[in-house]
Design a protein around this ligand. Structure first.
Ligand SMILES: [Zn+2]
Length: 174
């Protein structure tokens, strides 16, 4: 979509709310059932055929009564503390390992094709993880609960701090 203002480029994006919340989850430390205490929202970036997707992933937070550990339910499509989904990682890794592209060229390619631009250091980390045989092939579609479109400034898509995306999600009304 074209912008009327020459200095501000905007891009159509999809917003999806994804629920990964459960009444109980096995404690990662002791293996007992740990009940949900509340939900927290993680914000992540995914790609589609022609536009980026901003995900608000609601994950349940649990406290284990046996060992006292507090933890979040971990969605399989998003690594702990990650902002980009595994599908984004997969596209980057495929560019390097299937298409033979140099790692330094991958951010520009993702920016051109999908309007997202992770930095080169991050792409290198993803390629190392791939070389260590980590499985990226997990999708979140079954857990999408709402889906709508909006506009995002391109400059802000390129920011990579979660704070930026949290601010964006509040403005989008999440
Ligand atoms: Zn426990």
């Amino acid at each position: 979509m074209e912008s009327n203002q020459a200095t501000v480029q905007t891009k159509q994006v999809s917003f999806r709310r994804v629920s990964w919340s459960f009444p109980t989850v096995n404690c990662p430390r002791c293996g007992r059932d740990a009940p949900r205490v509340w939900d927290a929202t993680r914000v992540a970036i995914d790609i589609d055929l022609d536009q980026p997707i901003v995900l608000a992933v609601e994950v349940s937070v649990h406290v284990c009564a046996t060992c006292g550990r507090m933890f979040r339910a971990q969605p399989p499509f998003l690594r702990p503390r990650a902002i980009y989904t595994r599908r984004v990682v997969q596209k980057a890794v495929e560019a390097v390992f299937c298409d033979g592209m140099a790692v330094r060229c991958v951010p520009d390619r993702l920016a051109r094709d999908f309007w997202i631009k992770p930095d080169e250091k991050m792409v290198r980390l993803w390629c190392s993880a791939y070389a260590a045989a980590i499985d990226f092939a997990v999708d979140y579609q079954p857990w999408v609960v709402t889906n709508f479109s909006g506009m995002l400034c391109v400059d802000e898509v390129y920011q990579e701090t979660s704070r930026c995306y949290c601010r964006r999600s509040r403005r989008a009304g999440w």
